[in-house]
Structures are given as C-alpha cells and as structure tokens.
Design a binder for this molecule. Structure first.
Ligand SMILES: CC(C)(COP(=O)(O)OP(=O)(O)OC[C@H]1O[C@@H](n2cnc3c(N)ncnc32)[C@H](O)[C@@H]1OP(=O)(O)O)[C@@H](O)C(=O)NCCC(=O)NCCS
Length: 151
C-alpha cells in the first residue's frame, strides 16, 4: 500500500470481475473515444498464468490499471512483459499512481524472472511516450509492421 495525498492506494492483481470497472475507467479517461470492449479484455485472460495486469484502488474504488501479459516475441525468442495499456482516472492523475503501477509491475517481473518490460505506445501519443521515457523506457530496436484486411 502507498499513500497518495490523503488516500491510501492499494495495488493488486486484476481479475475477471474487475473488467466492467476497467471499461468504465477507460471510457472516462478517453472521454468515450475508445472502442475497447469487454471481449477484448477477456481475451487477455485476467488472472491467467501469463497475465500481469494490476489495478490501483483508493477507498475501494478503482482509480488506475495496467493491462500487461508475458509474451514470447521475435527470434531468438525473447520473454517480455508487454504493457498493452495503462490508465489513471483523470481526477487522480499526477499523484504517482501510474509510476507506482509500473514499479509494482517491475517487482512482479523480478519475481517471475522476466527481464524486459515493453510498453506499446502509439506513435502519436506524445504524453504516454513522455511518461514511459520519464520512467526509463527507451525505444525498442524492433518495429511493428502491420497489414490489415477485412476479417
Ligand atoms: C500516463 C498516465 C498513466 C500517468 O499516470 P500518473 O499517475 O498521472 O503519473 P505519475 O503521477 O505517476 O507520474 C510519474 C512521473 O511521470 C511524469 N509524467 C506523467 N505524465 C507525463 C507526461 N505526459 N509527460 C511528461 N512527464 C509525465 C510525472 O511528472 C511524474 O514525474 P516525477 O516522478 O518527477 O514526479 C496517466 O496520465 C494516464 O492515464 N494518461 C492517459 C493514458 C491513456 O490514454 N491510456 C489509454 C486509454 S486508458
């Protein structure tokens, strides 16, 4: 537990039963612009063996989360903890909740012997890029190339 302002912040592992509140928080953070669905989040299998997702709570209310899971990428295979998204309630931003979530994830990775954390950051998401750079992340030498088509 850490103390942010007057509120004690608890960080714990995410479970399936958190997903509705995660969706609500994403809607609040993105002002309804995100198209992420419950199905997308379930696909991540929260609480499953490869899942590393965390939630931050103040007075029992979810105020932040990080969606992350262990993946094996590239050749030679590299085990990474992939951060898919992180979000903090706008009313609670700037109170070190985001950096505490990342710190807890680092501790979890140490426990699980995962030596690399990779954050997925959209090229045009300048605030998130600055946040992860501030926390010591550097740009990866591997670049994603996507081909899209009608499913
Ligand atoms: C990025 C985000 C997670 C940061 O969380 P936070 O709790 O507000 O950040 P913290 O208070 O822990 O900040 C940690 C440090 O990073 C710095 N920082 C945070 N955001 C920053 C930014 N945009 N640019 C530069 N530095 C930044 C802070 O100044 C702080 O520095 P300090 O350690 O010297 O005090 C939060 O602002 C957020 O949720 N943004 C929206 C993210 C989003 O759109 N996610 C996708 C949809 S949910």
């Amino acid at each position: 537990m850490s103390v942010v302002g007057r509120d004690a912040i608890d960080i714990r592992r995410m479970t399936d039963s958190d997903l509705d509140r995660v969706i609500d928080l994403i809607k609040k953070i993105t002002k309804g612009k995100s198209r992420i669905t419950y199905r997308d989040l379930v696909a991540n299998n929260p609480g499953g063996p490869l899942d590393m997702s965390l939630v931050a709570e103040a007075r029992g209310q979810m105020v932040g989360f990080i969606m992350a899971r262990v993946e094996f990428v590239y050749v030679p295979l590299l085990e990474v903890c992939l951060i898919q998204t992180i979000g903090v309630d706008p009313e609670y931003q700037g109170r070190r909740i985001g950096s505490t979530l990342i710190q807890k994830l680092i501790e979890l990775c140490h426990l699980e012997d995962v030596a690399t954390i990779r954050a997925l950051v959209a090229q045009d998401d300048e605030p998130l890029r600055r946040f992860v750079e501030h926390l010591g992340f550097h740009s990866s030498s591997i670049v994603n190339w996507d081909k899209t088509f009608e499913a």
